[in-house]
Design a protein around this ligand. Structure first.
Ligand code: 13P
Ligand code: SF4
Length: 305
């Protein structure tokens, strides 16, 4: 890695009064230069709180959009304009409007992995770390429409016992992790604790010891007495887990669990982004105001520790 490149990023970052936020699935070298690394909820909170003029978002489009919705006065940059989330694209605003017409009494909870337009049509937003708390906080007599991730939705329905209508979206990366891979890893590492993300398929989750968001995985590993962990989520998190727990062993459940969109962000693109102030992510006011209501309600409900 070129020292010169890192130096230039540092210089421009201070010139632009910028902060670099990175998701836990980013490449190790991006995580290492970030001012803050975290899960979707932690990043949303940081984006709302920071007093920087510019946020360079090392993640995917919906995350940068969330930052732009929460901090409209700041400039939000996504270093690769094509870093999207296929799951977020699995439901459109029109499809959600139609679903709401079919269930007119239901409350809509959308996973943060969704477009600004879908958030604007939702009552509440959630992330994998607070989805259970959000749904539990809603009136018991209400049916809940949950979009777009069927696997997170299934997990929330099981934990809360609520009547939920699930949209059939999914994460193309998490469904790559198979039941056989977990079984093989467990055989090879019988003492390891299996941590799986709720976006995994139901058969994988059934074999896990802990179902956790990426931020919760980091907290759990830090406080656990276990020394070996099988990690069923995108492999970028392993960099952060190892850095935080140098004496423990982290085994990727599947080497196929790589999100190609998260990996589009490189150090060079971060530099270009700061040089050219590209690519600016903005959300039209009408959508932003409605989407912000769903996000504000999410940030208010704290996840259980
Ligand atoms: P969390 O970091 O909130 O667990 O989100 C996972 C994810 O898939 C983000 O795209
Ligand atoms: Fe979307 Fe899955 Fe990539 Fe997260 S890991 S950004 S849910 S495709």
């Amino acid at each position: 890695m070129s020292e010169q490149l890192l130096e230039k990023i540092k210089e421009l970052k201070s010139k632009r009064k910028a902060v670099i936020l990175a998701h836990n699935y980013q490449c190790g070298e991006i995580q290492d230069i970030a001012d803050f690394c975290g899960d979707s909820l932690g990043l949303s909170i940081k984006a709302a709180e920071t007093d920087a003029d510019v946020i360079v978002f090392c993640g995917v489009r919906f995350m940068a959009e969330t930052a732009a919705i929460l901090s409209p006065q700041k400039t939000v940059l996504l270093p690769d304009k094509d870093a999207g989330c296929p799951m977020a694209d699995m439901i459109t605003e029109q499809q959600l409007i139609k679903l709401k017409q079919q269930h007119p009494e239901a409350l809509v909870v959308c996973y943060v992995n969704s477009s600004a337009e879908v958030k604007a049509e939702s009552h509440y937003c959630c992330t994998s770390s607070n989805a259970v708390e959000i749904v539990n906080s809603l009136p018991k007599d209400k049916q809940i429409i949950f979009v777009p991730d069927q696997h997170l939705g299934q997990f929330v329905a099981e934990r809360t016992g609520r009547d939920m209508v699930l949209w059939p979206g999914y994460c193309i990366t998490h469904v790559m992790i198979t039941e056989d891979e977990i079984k093989n890893a467990k055989q090879k590492y019988p003492d390891a604790v299996v941590m799986a993300h709720p976006e995994c398929s139901e058969s994988v989750k059934a074999l896990a010891d802990q179902l956790l968001s990426t931020g919760q995985m980091l907290n759990f590993a830090k406080t656990s007495s276990a020394k070996q962990f099988i990690v069923a989520t995108e492999i970028g998190i392993i960099h952060a887990l190892k850095k935080q727990n140098p004496d423990a062993e982290f085994i990727a459940a599947s080497d196929k669990a790589i999100c190609p969109n998260m990996k589009k962000i490189t150090l060079e693109k971060v530099l270009w982004s700061l040089e050219d102030m590209q690519h600016k992510i903005t959300v039209p006011d009408q959508i932003r105001i409605e989407a912000k209501k769903a996000l504000d309600r999410m940030v208010e409900v704290l996840p259980a520790k």
